[in-house]
Design a protein around this ligand. Structure first.
Ligand code: IPM
Ligand code: MG
Length: 370
C-alpha cells in the first residue's frame, strides 16, 4: 500500500528525538494494522538545525512543512544555545513555523486521566474528570508585534520594548475556532484578556462578544481578566469548557492548566491554520512540554504528550477520530495498570523508561484493536 498521508517530523532538541521515536512506533503499528499509511519525511529544527546548518530552521525544511498534511514537532532549546543572539536562538525555529504556516489557533486540551488525579498538585476532587480546552492565539500579539527591540538611551540606560496588538480579523478567526470547538463540547467559551488595563484587551472583549452574538447565538460566552482566569484555574478548574485568549496569556494559562493534570509530560497540542477550499488546514502538532535538557538522553522522558499530539493529528488533520480514541484509550489503560515515567511516578506504581512506555502502548493498541 502506498503512503496516503504526508508527515514531516521535526524532533528537535533535548528529549524531542526520544519521544518522537515512540511516535514512530505508533505510526509503524498503524501502517500495519489500520487502513491508513504515512509517508514520513524528517528534518532538523532548533539547536539541532543550528548545529547542522547554522540556522534554527532552513528554508528547505520550511518548504517541506508547507507541503505536508501535518508537521509533528518535538521540542527545541537547551543550555548549549543559550548564549546565541536572540534572533538565532532555537526557539526562533518554532516561532517561524507558526508564523509562516499561519497557524493562528493553538488548541491545548487539559484532560485529567483518572489514574493521575493524585499526581496533580490540586486536591483530587478538584481535578478528577477535568476536561478543558485552551485555545491560544498563536501568530499575533506581543510575540510578533512591532515595534520591538532594545535601545540604548545614551545615559547608561537601555530600554526594552514590545508591542501588543490585535486586529479585528485576528481576533475573529481564533474566537470562531473556539466557538466551533465549544459547539461539540459543553457550549461554553470564556474569553480572557486584560481589558481593565490594555486597549488591545478592550478590542478583544468587544470583538469576541461580537462573533458570539452574530455567529454563535447558541454559545454561552463570558469574559474574565487573565489574572482572575489564572486564579480560577487553580481554584476550580472544572468550571471551564473552552478558554480563548491571546498569545502571551495563552502561553501562561496553558502551563497552569497543564500542571492541573499532574504533569506537563501528558499534554498534547495542535496548531491549526485557516481551512482552504477543500477544508484542509495547515497543521502542526507538538507536546506542550519543552526539551527538558536535564533529563535528555536518559530514557526518562514521558512520551505520552508526544503520542497524544499524534492522536490529535489523527483527529484534526486526518479525520480519524476512531484511531485517535484508540490511542487515548491505550494511554488510559497503561496508566490504570500502574505504568509511570518519572514525571508522574507515585508510590506503588511501576517506573518505566521512555521506550518501555512506548512499547507497552503498542502492545495495548494490539489488545484494543484485536
Ligand atoms: C510554548 C513555548 C514556546 C512559546 C517557546 C518555546 C517559544 O513556551 O509553546 O508554550 O512561548 O510559545
Ligand atoms: Mg509555553
Amino acid at each position: 500500500m502506498s503512503a496516503n498521508r504526508k508527515l514531516l517530523m521535526l524532533p528537535g532538541d533535548g528529549i524531542g528525538p526520544e519521544v518522537m521515536g515512540e511516535v514512530r512506533r505508533v505510526i509503524d503499528w498503524m501502517d500495519k494494522r489500520r487502513a491508513v499509511t504515512f509517508g514520513i519525511d524528517e528534518d532538523d529544527v532548533g539547536g539541532a538545525a543550528i548545529d547542522a546548518h547554522g540556522t534554527p530552521i532552513t528554508d528547505e525544511a520550511m518548504e517541506k512543512a508547507m507541503g505536508v498534511d501535518a508537521v509533528i514537532f518535538g521540542a527545541v532549546g537547551g543550555p548549549k544555545w543559550d548564549d546565541l543572539p536572540f534572533a538565532q536562538k532555537p526557539e526562533r525555529g518554532i516561532l517561524r513555523l507558526r508564523k509562516d504556516m499561519d497557524l493562528f489557533a493553538n488548541l491545548r486540551p487539559a484532560m485529567c486521566f483518572d489514574a493521575l488525579t493524585s499526581a496533580s498538585s490540586l486536591k483530587p476532587e478538584l481535578v478528577s474528570g477535568l476536561d478543558l480546552m485552551i485555545v491560544r492565539e498563536l501568530t499575533g500579539g506581543i510575540y510578533f508585534g512591532e515595534p520591538r527591540g532594545i535601545e540604548d538611551l545614551g545615559d547608561g540606560q537601555r530600554r526594552g520594548y514590545n508591542t501588543q496588538s490585535y486586529t479585528t480579523s485576528e481576533i475573529h478567526r481564533v474566537v470562531r475556532v473556539a466557538c466551533e470547538l465549544a459547539e461539540k463540547r459543553q457550549g461554553r467559551v470564556t474569553s480572557t484578556e486584560k481589558a481593565n488595563v490594555m486597549e488591545s484587551g478592550i478590542l478583544w472583549r468587544e470583538e469576541a462578544q461580537h462573533i458570539r452574538d452574530s455567529e454563535f447565538p447558541g454559545i454561552e460566552m463570558d469574559h474574565l481578566y487573565a489574572d482572575n482566569c489564572a486564579m480560577q484555574l487553580v481554584r476550580s478548574p472544572k468550571q471551564f469548557d473552552v478558554i480563548v485568549t491571546d498569545n502571551l496569556f495563552g502561553d501562561l494559562l496553558s502551563d497552569v492548566a497543564a500542571m492541573l493534570t499532574g504533569s506537563l509530560g501528558m499534554l498534547p497540542s495542535a496548531s491549526l491554520g485557516a481551512a482552504d477550499a477543500t477544508g484542509r488546514r495547515k497543521a502542526l502538532y507538538e507536546p506542550v512540554h519543552g526539551s527538558a535538557p536535564d533529563i535528555a538522553g536518559q530514557g526518562a522522558a514521558n512520551p505520552l504528550a508526544m503520542i497524544l499530539s499524534f492522536a490529535m493529528a489523527l483527529r484534526y488533520s486526518f479525520d480519524l477520530s476512531e484511531d485517535a480514541k484508540l490511542i487515548e484509550d491505550a494511554v488510559d489503560n497503561l496508566l490504570a495498570g500502574g505504568m509511570r515515567t518519572g514525571d508522574i511516578m507515585e508510590a506503588g506504581m511501576a517506573k518505566v523508561s521512555t521506550s518501555v512506555m512506548g512499547e507497552s502502548l503498542v502492545r495495548e493498541l494490539d489488545k484494543l484493536a484485536a
